[in-house]
Design a protein around this ligand. Structure first.
Ligand code: NAP
Length: 279
């Protein structure tokens, strides 16, 4: 894309929003980074005024109500932000012919699969968070033409301290406690942000699974973190871990459409984790 391409990042103070703002080179892009205080995406009037004034070429929606328990307690807010907010942005993007990149999640799946989910698998969200994100996806498809919907999984980094917490717990207690019965595809926020950077310039619109390659259990992930950080500690699995008991038990993603089109290859989760820990 030519110098001066204007990119609007909503939810720019969040984990992915921050990572993305860091990666986008201001020499290549003019960046509008806003969060709820500047533009509340649930306010359609405000969203439309913003696009009319700034005319972004690309809108990257990193805004969301992402805390699963908070979504269960505040159902209306969850749907307002995750679904209506996405709809407002899709309509605005369509009006000014901008691309829209919507971040979505493995929580749109039910967790009852035995193999990594592909883009064509039926969604079956079990939580308010998952249901509101699934409706957000529908709205993006319905109200915009030039969209990317990116489903990712088990994101760490960019302000999410999951890896750091494992290291801290291992050092302090000689033991790390993780949720049992959970399989996913851990993905580094930096790797996701790198992919987003790549598609800003592309026209391969559609829905994609965008996770680091491979899958593991929470235990395998914690063991790998400890190994890479050179810490000797045991990893103990517990049922009904408070932080994760509402997440799908199986949510590994297969980047099927990226792989059959040769658009992009994410690194293996172990390699991305190694990079993250080394940095
Ligand atoms: N983290 C993951 O594991 C993961 C995995 C897959 C997909 N995703 C998706 O990726 C997106 C970003 O995730 P994240 O982890 O970066 O989330 P995050 O850290 O919770 O950031 C979301 C940001 O959106 C802001 N926000 C909330 N309501 C808003 C509104 N009405 N208008 C504008 N901004 C608003 C939040 O502000 P406040 O903090 O003030 O509320 C926060 O700064 C989400 O859509 C999420 O569903 C995340």
């Amino acid at each position: 894309m030519a110098y001066g391409t204007q990119v609007w990042i909503t939810g720019a103070n969040g984990r992915i929003g921050r990572e993305l703002t860091k990666l986008l080179n201001p020499m290549d892009y003019e960046i509008f980074a806003t969060d709820i205080d500047e533009v509340d995406i649930t306010d359609s009037k405000r969203v439309n005024i913003f696009v009319d004034i700034n005319r972004p070429d690309v809108i990257i929606n990193c805004a969301g109500l992402t805390d699963i328990d908070n979504c269960e307690k505040n159902i209306e807010t969850a749907f307002r932000v995750n679904a209506i907010g996405a709809k407002n942005l899709a309509i605005a993007a369509n009006r000014i012919n901008a691309k829209i990149i919507q971040l979505s999640t493995d929580d749109v799946f039910g967790g009852d699969s035995k193999t990594p989910y592909r883009e064509y698998d039926l969604t079956n969200p079990q939580t308010v968070y998952g249901k509101s994100k699934a409706l957000g996806e529908e709205y993006i498809k319905e109200f915009s033409h030039t969209y990317f919907i990116l489903r990712s999984s088990w994101l760490y980094g960019g302000g999410n301290k999951y890896v750091e917490n494992i290291i801290e717990e291992g050092k302090k207690n000689g033991k790390v406690v993780v949720a049992s019965n959970q399989i996913g595809s851990p993905t580094s926020s930096t790797e996701l942000a790198k992919f987003i950077l790549r598609i800003i310039d592309s026209y391969d619109y559609g829905l994609y699974h965008t996770a680091c390659e491979g899958k593991c259990s929470r235990k395998e992930f914690a063991e790998k973190v400890l190994e890479l950080a050179n810490i000797k500690a045991d990893v103990e699995e517990v049922d009904n871990h408070l932080d994760f008991n509402k997440r799908p038990s199986y949510s590994a993603l297969d980047n099927f459409l990226l792989s059959i089109t040769n658009i992009y290859k994410f690194p293996k989760w172990e390699d991305a984790l190694k990079d993250y820990i080394n940095k």
